[in-house]
Design a protein around this ligand. Sequence first.
Ligand SMILES: [Zn+2]
Length: 73
Amino acid sequence: MIDTDNDEEDILEECAVCGGDIIIDSFCEEDDIVYCNDCEAEYLIRSLDPIRLKLFDDEIDTDPDDADDEDYD
Ligand SMILES: [Zn+2]
């Protein structure tokens, strides 16, 4: 087992809602959901390199013009 230095690289992102910490640990993958430590807002990981988070909140995506983008398999 070789896990010397690339083991637990937690990344801290700032919550867009409250400015708190969002911990993205080494197990997270793209399209995972992470949570703000402070306000528990949900974020979807759009990309890991670089880190891009999208606030995952159904109430925000109710714009009729954007409805076509919500295309889940
Ligand atoms: Zn927050």
